[in-house]
Design a protein around this ligand. Structure first.
Ligand SMILES: NC(=O)c1ccc[n+]([C@@H]2O[C@H](COP(=O)([O-])OP(=O)(O)OC[C@H]3O[C@@H](n4cnc5c(N)ncnc54)[C@H](OP(=O)(O)O)[C@@H]3O)[C@@H](O)[C@H]2O)c1
Length: 308
């Protein structure tokens, strides 16, 4: 089912100044109009359902994409009330506004809704698995997902993991900063496992999915656009370093602390625990994408996409 053309296409994008939002701006297809109010005009912590409904009605979008979040994991641990407002409550109000205006919503969420093996079982986590977060960020995002689905509109929760620019982004910058001090070694949370997701391919996929929704097609309630294989941070660091031409760099386990639950880890300078393994299983999404004619996601290793 290849999406049929249906112009003009308009997206109301929330969180347009963030990492994902910036990548979406950079890759917006020619025939799309992006309406992306900054926080100074639309503060999701303050906006009521009525305010949001007015934004949706006035901007008349074909689709709303919510990339706004309190996405810094340690900040959420320090400010749980603010995290609750932006990650849990605001998405529910936005989804209600979209449902009232009969506009489809794509709500971006995270692999960090998973990871507590004791309550939720081990990775990889398929689209229909129950949330089992290990920190405030993940639990606030999980409540946001529930609120979005409870609103009753045409809404899909799109869980993404380890977003990264095509050149390695902030993770590469983190490695390079260490190499400036000592070119023979870098410290990372070598055991932490998930799936690096390249932003260019994800953005292409999100716009194609948006076009499908704009044309009246439905999408599953939960989607895991996971291209490439899952990896540890150690494997990812090793890949980036080799691409840069560093073949002799020693990977050192970053100094960590014991955390609870035990299937999580935290570097000493981090406030919140990270799941040891939050890898998403994207097989159902891949099968939907193929049937719907959506583009394939990039593989962070640069090789052809895997089939799990
Ligand atoms: N980055 C990752 O590796 C990663 C991994 C998994 C999932 N995700 C999910 O992907 C989505 C996008 O993440 P990101 O990395 O792009 O986040 P980000 O760079 O931190 O950007 C967050 C965006 O949300 C906006 N925002 C925050 N509070 C707001 C408020 N009260 N009202 C209006 N806007 C507000 C920010 O606006 P300001 O510029 O005004 O602050 C910014 O545009 C999030 O749902 C996140 O949970 C990200």
């Amino acid at each position: 089912m290849a999406p049929a053309r249906h112009a003009p296409l308009r997206m109301l994008l929330l969180g347009g100044s963030g990492r994902l939002g910036t990548a979406l701006h950079e890759q917006v297809p020619q025939d799309w109009t992006l309406i992306s109010p900054p926080r100074s005009k639309l503060d999701l912590a303050q906006a009521t359902t009525r305010d949001l409904q007015a934004w949706v009605r006035t901007s008349a979008p074909s689709v709303v994409l919510n990339a706004a979040a309190m996405a810094w994991v340690d900040e959420c641990e320090e400010q749980p009330e603010a995290a609750e407002q932006i990650n849990a409550l605001a998405p529910g109000r936005l989804a209600t506004a979209c449902a009232l205006e009969a506009v489809p919503l794509l709500h971006i969420s995270t692999d960090y809704v998973f990871g507590d093996v004791n309550s939720g079982g081990p990775a990889p986590y398929a689209e229909n698995r129950a949330a089992c977060p290990v920190q405030v960020y993940g639990s606030s995002k999980a409540r946001g997902e529930t609120a979005v689905q409870a609103a009753g509109g045409r809404a899909s929760v799109v869980r993404v993991s380890w977003l990264t620019e095509a050149d390695g982004g902030s993770f590469l910058a983190f490695l390079q900063e260490q190499l400036k001090r000592d070119p023979s070694r870098v410290e990372v949370l070598t055991a932490q496992r998930s799936r690096p997701t390249l932003l260019p391919g994800l953005c292409r996929w999100l716009f194609a999915l948006s076009e499908l929704l704009a044309n009246g097609h439905d999408a599953p309630a939960f989607l895991h656009p996971a291209g490439g294989a899952a990896a540890t941070r150690g494997e990812w660091a090793d890949h980036l370093l080799k691409e840069l031409g560093y073949h002799q760099v020693e990977l050192i386990e970053q100094q960590g602390q014991a955390t609870s639950p035990e299937h999580s880890l935290r570097a000493t300078d981090q406030r919140a625990p990270r799941p040891l393994d939050s890898s998403l299983d994207g097989r159902a999404t891949r099968s939907f994408s193929q049937q719907a004619g959506l583009p394939e996601l990039d593989d962070w290793q640069g090789s052809p996409p895997v089939t799990d």
